[in-house]
Design a protein around this ligand. Structure first.
Ligand code: DAV
Length: 377
């Protein structure tokens, strides 16, 4: 047995090894194309860029460390990335950014599929170099696990061609909602772009959220890259700025998914689930009516839970409604204080990336139905 095994096919089989992010030196990004999708013009972060206030970094790190300790006390191996000084400008031949972002939400960057960890082709310029914070860990896994596949999606160029630069000009809430319904997003189809957190892994089937962080071209790339998997495109038309699937559509165990009631999966896309006896239920309502200060995400981080096995789940400690729902579904619920960490890019699922869960690549959807699957081109 090697010291390290990279192997994870879904988000619910018994967890053995995981990466938890760090808040050190995290920055609020300056203007770049599409930033309005993450930082709305009326948000407390608009126009404010550079290092986040030190006391908020310290509080977030305390919560991330506590989360680490809880998982370790349950026998899970936890690794942490190596933060950079994110408050520095960066350049490629195609673009420059004033600051980088951070390495709090590893889930956005690292996609684990079986024995492979793939760093994603992310659409934000300030996140272009973020994968380097995980380089030491990847090198270590490569040295320790002879089966580990250390992979990288094509590095995007992120020129102005990758964005509709006038997308947010004078846009109203209604326009934005309409555009989202039509899958007209601020990012274009110029090159494959995806965040790993848009990919829901269910064994042989990978369900990708089509939104502003993941385009169709990326799904075609993923279909060619994973020829033994079926890549599906799903979208949630009532979400005006679809960023990551893990506060929208969250699997709890084989056969059960919670769906954000404000972002329902359309009927025609539900078929593949119902035809294979998967139940989709509404997630509980968030306990808060607004996110914490300087936060990119919505109140729906309430459902961004980390499942440890089919009977155990970590939930943010103040999300009483979500805890109650999971309790009534038969889970042992472990409360984890995480509101301060939310601001840095997400909840308990975002803040982690799988390295090893027990289990194999199961075929949960033997009855394929037309509608969602990406056709190879
Ligand atoms: O609802 O703001 C957050 C997902 C972060 N990974 C939301 C999506």
């Amino acid at each position: 047995m090697s010291v390290t095994t990279v192997n994870s096919w879904n988000d619910f089989d018994p967890l053995k090894h995981i990466i938890i992010g760090r808040a050190d030196h995290c920055c609020i990004p300056g203007w770049e194309p599409a930033i309005e999708a993450k930082i709305e013009k009326n948000s407390d972060m608009w126009g404010m860029w550079g290092p986040r206030p030190l006391e908020t970094v310290e509080k977030a790190n305390e919560e991330l460390d506590y989360f680490t300790n809880v998982l370790e006390s349950r026998g899970v191996r936890v690794d942490r990335p190596t933060p950079f000084q994110w408050n520095q400008s960066a350049h490629t031949p195609d673009f420059s950014t004033e600051t980088l972002f951070g390495c709090m939400p590893p889930r956005d960057v690292l996609l684990t599929v079986g024995s492979e960890i793939l760093s994603a082709a992310m659409m934000m310029r300030c996140r272009f170099w973020e994968y380097l914070a995980y380089h030491n860990l990847m090198q270590q896994y490569f040295d320790e696990d002879p089966n580990f596949r250390w992979e990288q999606a094509p590095r995007p160029r992120l020129t102005d061609n990758s964005y509709q630069l006038d997308y947010f000009d004078g846009i109203t809430k209604e326009d934005l909602a309409q555009k989202a319904k039509e899958c007209d997003f601020v990012t274009t189809e110029h090159e494959p772009l995806f965040d790993a957190a848009d990919v829901l892994r269910l064994g042989k089937d990978l369900f990708c959220q089509h939104g502003l962080t993941t385009n169709r071209r990326a799904m075609q790339w993923l279909q060619r890259h994973f020829p033994n998997h079926r890549i599906h495109s799903v979208n949630f038309p009532t979400d005006p700025t679809p960023i990551h699937i893990d506060a929208t559509f969250v699997p709890l165990r084989p056969g059960l998914i919670i769906n954000n009631p404000e972002r329902a999966l359309p009927q025609e896309q539900r078929k593949i689930f119902s035809e294979n006896d998967w139940e989709i239920i509404d997630a509980a309502w968030p306990a808060h009516d607004r996110p914490p200060p300087l936060c990119y995400s919505s109140v729906w981080l309430s459902m961004n839970v980390l499942v440890l096995d089919h009977k155990t789940v970590c939930v943010e400690a103040t999300e009483v409604n979500q805890m109650e729902q999971l309790d009534s579904l038969g889970y042992e619920v472990i409360p984890i204080p995480f509101r301060n960490a939310y601001s840095f890019g997400g909840g308990l699922h975002c803040a982690t990336a799988d390295v090893h869960r027990e289990g194999t690549c199961e075929d949960f959807f033997p009855n394929q139905v037309p509608g969602t699957q990406i056709q190879p081109i």
